[in-house]
Design a protein around this ligand. Structure first.
Ligand code: GZL
Length: 311
C-alpha cells in the first residue's frame, strides 16, 4: 500500500524577519546592598532593562571598589554591548575606564560621579545634585535652630561623591551662621548599624551638648534615632535630626516625631539609565550629567506625602 507522505511546509522566513536584532547585553556593576536605597535603585534598573528587552549581567561588588574593577574587566571579556557603573568612590577608575574605551564599549555612570582627567571616559552621569541636598539640609536646620546651636554629623562612605558633596553643600550654608557649629563628624558608612554605633560615641562624648544631627542618609539617621532613645533622650525633640534620601522609613519616623526633615535623593533611576545606555550604544552623544530632581520633606509634610512614596 502506497504511503501518503504529507509535507508540512513551515516558512521560517517571517520568523527570521520577525526576530529583529538580537537582545543587547549590558553589564551592571552595582556597589552592594548597604541599605534599602541601594535595593530600590537596583530593582528600578533591573525592571527598566527587562522592560526594554535588555539582558543585564549584574555584579554585586559587596562594597569593594576592587570587585567593581574586576566586574568591569569581566564585562569587557564577555564583549557586552554596554556598561552601567555605580562607582563606590570618586577616584581610581582611570585605568579600567581606558580599557573599556579601548574595547569600544559605551559606559554610563549612575548615582555617583567620578574624578577623571578625561571626561570622555564615560558617556554620561545620571545622578542627583548632592551639593543641593546638603545645602537644603543646612538651610532647613538653620531656620529650625534660629541660626545657633551644636551639630554632629554622620558622613557617608569616605571618598564617595554623595558624602563629599553633601558635606560641601551643608558647610557652604553654615558659613552664613557663625553661631552654628559641627562639633563631631565621622563616617557611618551609609548604613544603619554603623550610624547607631557612631551616634552612641557622639552621645558618650557630648551628651546633652548636642542640639542637632545631620545624617548624610536616612539609614544612618534611623540607627542614630535608636542610639538617642537608648541614651534616654527624645530624637526629633532633644536632638533635631535632618537626613537625606527620602526613604519610606524616614517618613514613618517623621510621623512618629523622631525625625524632623528628609531631603529626597530619588533612587528610581532605572528609566533614565536604560534610556541613556541605549542612546550611548546607538552612538548618540549625551550631556555629561543627566540630573535627577529631588524635593525637601519636613516632618509637617510626612502624613500627606507618605502615600505617594514609591521606595
Ligand atoms: C546617592 C547614593 C547614596 C544614598 C545612600 O546617590 O549613592 O548611597 O544616599 C546610598 O543611601 O548608600
Amino acid at each position: 500500500m502506497r504511503r501518503k507522505v504529507i509535507f508540512v511546509c513551515v516558512s521560517v522566513f517571517p520568523l527570521l524577519l520577525g526576530a529583529g536584532a538580537p537582545a543587547k547585553t549590558v553589564g551592571f556593576s552595582q556597589i552592594g546592598f548597604e541599605n534599602s536605597w541601594r535595593t530600590a535603585e537596583t530593582e528600578s534598573i533591573r525592571a527598566a532593562a527587562a522592560e526594554r528587552g535588555i539582558k543585564l549581567a549584574f555584579s554585586d561588588a559587596q562594597g569593594k571598589q576592587e570587585n567593581q574593577i574586576k566586574a568591569i574587566r569581566s564585562f569587557i571579556a564577555q564583549k557586552v554591548d554596554g556598561i552601567i557603573l555605580a562607582p563606590i568612590v570618586e577616584t581610581g577608575w582611570e585605568p579600567v575606564l581606558r580599557e573599556v574605551r579601548k574595547a569600544k564599549i559605551p559606559l554610563v555612570l549612575v548615582d555617583r560621579g567620578i574624578k577623571v582627567s578625561d571626561p570622555s571616559l564615560y558617556a554620561t552621569l545620571i545622578a542627583s545634585d548632592f551639593v543641593f541636598e546638603g545645602s537644603e539640609a543646612a538651610k532647613w536646620l538653620a531656620k529650625k535652630m534660629n541660626g545657633k546651636g551644636t551639630i554632629v554629623e554622620l558622613q557617608g562612605i569616605p571618598g564617595a561623591a554623595p558624602a563629599i558633596d553633601r558635606k560641601k553643600g551643608f558647610e557652604e550654608i553654615l558659613k552664613k551662621y557663625p553661631k552654628m557649629a559641627i562639633i563631631k563628624s565621622q563616617t557611618g558608612n551609609f548604613n544603619r548599624t554603623d550610624g547607631k554605633q557612631v551616634m552612641e560615641a557622639f552621645l558618650k562624648a557630648e551628651g546633652r551638648n548636642i542640639n542637632a544631627l545631620f545624617a548624610h542618609n536616612d539609614a544612618m539617621a534611623l540607627g542614630a534615632i535608636q542610639a538617642i532613645e537608648e541614651a534616654g533622650m527624645k530624637p526629633g525633640i532633644d536632638i533635631l535630626i535632618v537626613s537625606i534620601d527620602g526613604m519610606k522609613e524616614a517618613f514613618e519616623a517623621m510621623i512618629a516625631g523622631k525625625l524632623n526633615c528628609t531631603v529626597e535623593c530619588n533612587p528610581l533611576l532605572g528609566q533614565l539609565v536604560v534610556n541613556a545606555i541605549e542612546r550611548a550604544m546607538a552612538g548618540e552623544k549625551l550631556s555629561k550629567w543627566i540630573k535627577q530632581n529631588d524635593g525637601v520633606f519636613p516632618k509637617e509634610t510626612a502624613v500627606s506625602a507618605i502615600g505617594t512614596r514609591k521606595y
